[in-house]
Design a protein around this ligand. Structure first.
Ligand code: NAD
Length: 358
């Protein structure tokens, strides 16, 4: 039986395919933009310049200052520069940090953003913005920050190192996993979640084995698109709450933290989410235990599997448990202090989900 649901589609324009960066000038022109500011991280300044060159006269400049979690100082500088240059839009090239900077400008000035993603984080598909000030990250939803067009060119992901590809891809799978058991899950979004997980789980081993495999890169990016769309359409649960708490409190790295926590959070929720388990089993090749399979996949990808190796101290577990349990939020299985403690102990030590002691 299909349970009652409400589904609200978000406007989404996607240009996908190897070489599709060549279509960026047409995307900019179609939005009526004449002077766009190109945003990227310092490490990707060359890519930012490549994009500006492709735009010719329509590029107003390049700001290579995007950083994780969008520090408010960087957002202010970017807004000022956009004003000084008379920019009428932004092109954000890179991962969630560059897209996040574009969203910060859109939030304040309403300038439209075009995203050219080069990781699998998925921010380009969501109306969620974040800004960090004095160590505190504020987030919100606003349709104005949703990119008007997204150009996915797998050629731009060829330089993403194997380890970052693996963890960024697992980060995307985490959106799909939580979308499948979300309180606002809907049949169409669940289709995207299942297919996104399948595509990423199939592609990531090939990407890690050979970073220049353009077909695998394309399949991974296709999966990332779907998983990002799931993140936009559903409410995230225990897994994302834990990762935000670990990132915000202990400054643990974003994608790696998702990679480590995901199998354990899923193992915790599996008994209460049979439909999600069925979908993930199909997506992962007919396995009985998707949580265990994601843990195995992380191992095959050479990705981190313990919070200890990300620098977390065991003594920090109680503090994280307290914060995660303090604010009630949607989760298929009740979130208890005892349950989350066992989950984090297993994730900290790196043992497999469901093994003795977890
Ligand atoms: P990131 O954007 O910080 O990128 C990490 C590093 O990888 C950067 O140095 C970047 O320059 C480099 N890089 C990116 N693509 C590359 C490529 N193809 N080749 C070589 N180097 C490359 O990391 P991320 O994981 O993509 O994004 C994380 C941030 O995004 C976090 O702040 C997170 O909170 C945010 N996020 C937001 C949403 C949302 O919906 N608002 C969704 C997902 C993530």
């Amino acid at each position: 039986m299909i349970a009652p649901f409400t589904y609200q589609a978000l406007p989404m324009r996607v240009v996908f395919g190897a070489g599709s960066l060549a279509q960026l000038p047409d995307e900019v022109a179609a939005l009526g933009l004449t002077r766009v500011l190109v945003l990227c991280s310092p490490e990707q300044e060359d890519t930012g310049k490549q994009v500006a060159d492709a735009l010719g006269d329509r590029a107003a400049g390049v700001l290579a200052e995007a950083r994780m979690h969008v520090p408010v100082e960087v957002a202010t500088r970017a807004r000022d520069l956009a004003g000084e240059l008379g920019a009428d839009g932004c092109v954000a090239v890179g991962g969630g940090s560059a897209v996040g900077l574009g969203k910060a400008i859109a939030l304040e000035h309403g300038l439209p953003v075009i995203a050219v993603p080069t990781t699998y984080a998925g921010s380009e598909m969501t109306p969620v913005w974040g800004l960090t000030e004095g160590g505190q990250k504020r987030t919100g939803r606003d349709i104005r920050v949703l990119p008007r067009s997204v150009v996915y060119d797998p050629e731009l992901t060829l330089t993403l190192p194997a380890q970052m590809s693996a963890t960024s891809g697992m980060n995307a799978i985490a959106h799909a996993v939580e979308g499948l058991y979300a309180p606002d899950a809907t049949p169409i979004v669940s289709l995207m979640a299942e297919e996104g997980t399948r595509a990423l789980a199939a592609a990531l081993p090939a990407v890690v084995a050979d970073g220049s495999d353009l077909d695998a890169r394309g399949e991974a990016q296709y999966g990332a698109w779907l998983c990002g769309a799931v993140l936009a359409a559903t409410t995230m649960s225990l897994h994302h709450k834990l990762c935000h708490t670990l990132g915000g409190t202990l400054d643990l790295p974003h994608a790696q933290t998702h990679t480590v926590v995901l199998p354990h959070a899923l193992a915790y929720n599996q008994p209460a989410a049979p439909d999600a388990v069925a979908a993930l089993s199909r997506a992962l090749g007919g396995v009985d235990d998707p949580a265990r399979e994601l843990w195995e996949l992380a191992g095959r990808l050479g990705a981190p599997r313990s919070l200890a190796e990300l620098g977390m101290q065991e003594a920090d577990i109680p503090r994280i448990v307290e914060l995660a349990v303090a604010n009630p939020y949607a989760n298929p299985r009740p979130v208890t202090q005892e349950g989350v403690t066992a989950l984090l102990e297993a994730a900290w030590s790196g043992r497999s989900p469901g093994s003795p002691g977890s």
